[in-house]
Design a protein around this ligand. Sequence first.
Ligand SMILES: Nc1ncnc2c1ncn2[C@@H]1O[C@H](COP(=O)(O)OP(=O)(O)OP(=O)(O)O)[C@@H](O)[C@H]1O
Ligand SMILES: [Mg+2]
Length: 478
Amino acid sequence: MSNDLKTRFLIVDDEQSIRRLCVTIGNSLGFASFEADSAETALARLETDAPEIVLTDLKLPNLSGVDLLRQVKALLPRTEVAIMTGHGSIESAVDAMKLGAYDYIEKPFRVERMRLLLQRMAEKVRLVTENQFLLDRVNSEANLDGIVGASAKIQDVLRMISRLADTRTPVLIVGESGTGKELVARAIHFRGSMARTPFVAVDCGSLVPTLMESELFGYEKGAFTGALKSKPGLFQAANGGTIFLDEIGELPLEMQAKLLRVLQEKEVRPVGSNDRATVEVRVIAATNRDLEAAYRTGTFRKDLYFRLNVVTVHIPPLRERRSDIPILVHHFLERYAPGENVQVTPAAMKNLLQYDWPGNVRELENCVARAMTLGDRHCIDVGDLPPGICTESTGSGSGPSDPSALSTTALAEMERMTILRVFDQARGDKALAGKMLGISRATLYRKLKRYNISLKPSAAQGAGTNPVAAAGTSPPTQ
Ligand SMILES: Nc1ncnc2c1ncn2[C@@H]1O[C@H](COP(=O)(O)OP(=O)(O)OP(=O)(O)O)[C@@H](O)[C@H]1O
Ligand SMILES: [Mg+2]
């Protein structure tokens, strides 16, 4: 293994024999080990070697092990520090734990104990780093640039998300298939103070009925054939965070009753167990079915419906917010052909705007992905769209045959108005506007130029002022 991938371990002690022993143990665990005979030398090594694990004697010549601990925590917050103590200095070791030490070990120690301590510390560092990486990835996917749209309807949804993000209120997200229900659920969780707690998504529609209960609530060893050891359920995995119950309308009545009990009592009883485990989870449910109609016809429990539906977020279908289509198309182009500056002909865009999108945003995304796979990647024209989408075959962008159809000029005006509106909402912040529109900075600048939009110099500050000045009233033809 290259040194870059090894766990970096620093041992600090003024006794050479102890340092030697610890370096040998560290090396045998596959660490890259470094040593220092004083806190001062150790501090110098913090910068050069950035150790992930530090083991320090409590008593050192000048600065103490506790002084070193403080400095390590300030400089390298994710580094774990353990303290070695001599006989009779347990109290100081306990104080060190309060300051964030991982553990302490008494001298003289057995080699096996030291090995175990170092192993546990390395495992903790690995888990924390891994979690942070996942969290960063999820956050970057679920932050502002995850949900794209400038229509008034999607802006309402975004406002609801911000309002709900810091609460633990149960939320029911309703919307047709592909409208972005899961995206919204993740945004509610990850944009708020809960971001660092677990988010567990459960697709109730795809759970096998016979395994549903054990999946959700866990099972005890021996509960059924094949249950060789106990396993916690998804509710326990989500403890302290959010459980996202997708397709809640698909849950059979029997499971609905069990779910209701868990929500009321905040306790789960694993299959085959007599004990209950407390679970504190925020529930976000989603459905594309009309649950109100379902409880009237008796296929969904009314009491569960009211428990889940404290707040409803309704995501309108794409055909009711067509002004989001150009922005979404650019967003997906950036996703599937980043930096390639793919153009969409006015005729192709006109077809995209007129189509009804029964599969909503997901269908639009697939349509862009398909065009990128099958087309020339420079330009999307009518011929690059699936046949069902095209009502017009004119690739040149000439006038529509249907008088009610949108003209090219109307399309350009729609895009221009969208950009103006987004700039207004972003108070002139170009980076934010770019994110909201789901387009790169370069594309944004090109569009500002094309539509002759200039920004007032003071745009980013004054709240409430319209930061956008649009020169020229008629949109240019493309
Ligand atoms: N406003 C949006 N901005 C950007 N991407 C979106 C938006 N809405 C949906 N998407 C994308 O569309 C796809 C479908 O979204 P999602 O899975 O959240 O929909 P859904 O409502 O849960 O669908 P289903 O009912 O089929 O489960 C995803 O790839 C998602 O990233
Ligand atoms: Mg979904």
